[in-house]
Ligand binder design. Structure first.
Ligand SMILES: NC(=O)C1=CN([C@@H]2O[C@H](COP(=O)(O)OP(=O)(O)OC[C@H]3O[C@@H](n4cnc5c(N)ncnc54)[C@H](O)[C@@H]3O)[C@@H](O)[C@H]2O)C=CC1
Ligand SMILES: CC(C)(CO)C(=O)C(=O)O
Length: 293
């Protein structure tokens, strides 16, 4: 399969590197990383080790079978614009947050698959990405149901030894992942605490309530996600990643814009006071730092 990875940062470089073991991969990223990959290849270190030689460039190529989109959620619209002239059979977003695949589907002619990813990745420096945890890619039709396109992409990922499940219930999985990220990311970023610290004390209630508000929004959207399922998911992930500093905490520590708009911000209406508060606080911080209008 001919795969363009749009957004060769941490996750894109890791997945692009893993896929390059079996497929033709083009990484689209920023100048210094691209130059190093072109000169010396891409080193994958940590839980998986490989040196691969994908193509690398700073703009989108003319065509590809699949565009794997791995920019931060607030860059999805720009990624879609940059891919507008690329002849594609499909796109696949593995980003956190809700609405990325809809944005890609609306902006591009190619069908958009939905996905989630629990691999951990960190760009160490130009030309090197660390796999900080072997997880799983789950992908499927964004409206749910069977999809021969998803089967084809899933088989290609499996061929490259990327642990992959093709699922027919992506809407429920995306909402459940949103409940996990809504309950963990913003509280850990605001309180500057590790994921495991959300399991005890007053903050545990806040985490559970944030997840339940997401479950209620999912049900209003026709997706069968119970409060219990959302709470179990957020507690399971907080326990399994107890020592992690969430991606949003890392963004705040590095004074970078967060993905709050496409996580808590998706459910910040009057029926979701906890998510609304978390969203308002993070947006205020981003505004003060000049990271948003
Ligand atoms: N890093 C991880 O372990 C995981 C990340 N995710 C999700 O994956 C997405 C990406 O996360 P990260 O890889 O951590 O972020 P990142 O910031 O490391 O990578 C995004 C990259 O895209 C590049 N980019 C953005 N616009 C571009 C453009 N127009 N042209 C070329 N390059 C462009 C950026 O320069 C950056 O290098 C997020 O939604 C995140 O929540 C999900 C699971 C795990
Ligand atoms: C699962 C979790 C919460 C792990 O930290 C994550 O996805 C993130 O930090 O963005």
């Amino acid at each position: 399969m001919d795969v363009v990875v749009f957004g060769a940062g941490s996750l894109g470089s890791l997945l692009g590197g893993l896929l390059a073991r079996a497929h033709d991969v083009t990484l689209v990223g920023r100048h210094r990383h691209v130059e190093r990959v072109r000169r010396e290849g891409l080193r994958v270190t940590g839980a998986v080790e490989a040196t691969v030689f994908p193509d690398a460039r700073t703009d989108a190529p003319a065509s590809a079978d699949l565009a794997l989109v791995t920019v931060k959620a607030y860059d999805t619209a720009a990624a879609a614009s940059a891919l507008a002239d690329t002849d594609l059979d499909a796109t696949l977003s593995l980003q956190n947050g809700l609405g990325n695949e809809r944005r890609l589907a609306e902006a591009l002619d190619a069908p958009a698959l939905a996905g989630t990813c629990t691999y951990g990745a960190r760009l160490v420096g130009p030309g090197e990405v660390a796999c900080t945890g072997v997880g799983e890619v789950v992908l499927g039709a964004r409206e749910g149901g069977a999809s021969t396109l998803a089967d084809r992409v899933g088989a290609a990922f499996t061929e490259a030894d990327v642990a992959t499940t093709v699922a027919d219930d992506m809407p429920r999985r995306l909402w459940e992942k949103l409940a996990v990220n809504a309950g963990i990311n913003a509280p850990t970023a605001l309180a500057r605490i590790q994921n495991g610290s959300l399991l005890d004390g007053d903050v545990a209630d806040l985490t559970r309530t944030a997840a339940c508000e997401v479950a209620a929004a999912a049900r209003a959207d026709g997706v069968d996600l119970t409060d219990d399922a959302a709470v179990n998911a957020v507690e399971r992930v907080a326990r399994a990643t107890a020592d992690n500093r969430s991606s949003m905490l890392q963004d705040v520590e590095k004074a970078r814009r967060t993905e709050v708009d496409s996580i808590n911000g998706v459910v910040s209406g009057p029926d979701a006071p906890v998510n609304r508060t978390l969203t308002a606080l993070l947006r205020a911080w981003e505004r003060e730092r000049g990271l948003r209008e």
